[in-house]
Design a protein around this ligand. Sequence first.
Ligand code: ADP
Ligand code: ADP
Ligand code: MG
Length: 480
Amino acid sequence: MKKKILVANRGEIAIRIMRAIQELDYEAVAVYETPDKDSRHIRLASEAVLLGDGPRCDYLNIEKIIKAAKHTGACAIHPGYGFLAENPDFAKACEEAGIIFIGPTSKVISDLGNKVIARKIMAEAGIPMVPGTPNLSPGEDGVQEALIFAKKHGYPIMLKATCGGGGRGIRLIESDEQMRKEIPVARSEAKAAFNDDSVYLEKVVINPKHVEVQIIADKEGTTIHLGTRDCSIQRRNQKLIEIAPSMIGDKELLEKICQTAVKAAKASNYTNAGTVEFLIDKDFNYYFMEINTRVQVEHTVTEMITGIDIVRTQIKLAMGKPLSFSQNDVQLRGHAIEMRLNAEDPQADFMPEGGKTVSVYRSPGGYGVRLDGFVYQGYTIPQVYDSLLVKLTVHGFTWSETVSRVRRCLQNFEIAGPKTTIPFYLNIVQDPDFIKGDFNTSFLDTHPQLFEYKETSNEAEKLSKLIAEIHHRGTNPYAL
Ligand code: ADP
Ligand code: ADP
Ligand code: MG
């Protein structure tokens, strides 16, 4: 009988992981909540376990997931990204149940999930970072500590949730008055979002670039890197577009950053796949920001330029195999760009379009094009989960070839029903600064014209109506 691996996630993520599981000749076990009953990740699995009605809480229920793994006889669990992927209690529960957790150890997840502990480990290892505080003390004492730090380093200052993630729990503070006001608010929000009210401060890097390094480490102590990614194009500290490799500075600078990332991974006893994130200032100084202890949404760009299947590698490492390739085997070829195509309306503050049915779905293809999605024609987007439809990743030999390929793909997409982020991305890829590779984390703020485009949803509505009519008359709508 084939061994089974359970995937504790949904949608695009679950499908990405299952593909690697099936290629390794294991059987994939899916889990789902009732609102996801029509999701393609269920159909692609060998078997699927209904966790409950959710929404979201059952995907996060450690006990139910461990029970599903035991019930189906799965020997390992892949947590994907999001949900339980960075929850040390989940990794621990797997360890205790004798189930392999595909990721680092619970100790590493717990240390690095706490930004203050992570900074302490990195400071001891001599990794460069911006000045920061430990956790602020509770109450007025914490406010006083913050004001002393602000006096020494000057505003602006980042107030961060110590256990935050996903771009949430970060506030830019510009005055003593705002500091006093925001600390208690930040605490209660952190408590609600991350079940921990700790907050701390970091000096701000002005208009930085976000550059991160993919690392992979086996249990025998070999740690290597797979090059850099630039994730500077962000909205509210959350990544929108990612490219590989970073085009900042020269090869020597990038090599230095990669070596620092390997050192950071070793300092935290890292095993499996992870990402070391850095901020880079205009003078090319780089500063450690955090380590994400999981595979990331944007891992696809690294896969395209290295040819290494990161999820496949993760699974093999978790099964106890040593790394089958060395640093010298890792060659970076060309450029890759990844975009998250969401059912959202960028002109209405990215309002999610959940609840709508995708009445037309035609995707681009061709050389250097990769689609990671789960949407299909006739699929109704659940309102209770995120609004990702499909991830588009393209690869090209030169940067300009890659940009032109991604533009062509965006133009080739035909999606009717929900509004999507596609017209907004089309503006980005035709922007002269983007084409030059000239962007940092303030890109959206400094390019408000990106939000100016003709609303296409009426057109989309018309198209879907037309298709419905043709369908009604018995003509094949797919041949339109
Ligand atoms: P990255 O690109 O660095 O992997 P994303 O912002 O794309 O990060 O987040 C990936 C997924 O993980 C998203 O679904 C996001 O909501 C989720 N996520 C990230 N950090 C956390 C966290 N601390 N708690 C809960 N979910 C998180
Ligand atoms: P998360 O865990 O939510 O991913 P990070 O600490 O990785 O949080 O920060 C997310 C983003 O917030 C960064 O990519 C950057 O744009 C911004 N940011 C975080 N810290 C700083 C800082 N000290 N100075 C400037 N920008 C920052
Ligand atoms: Mg981050």
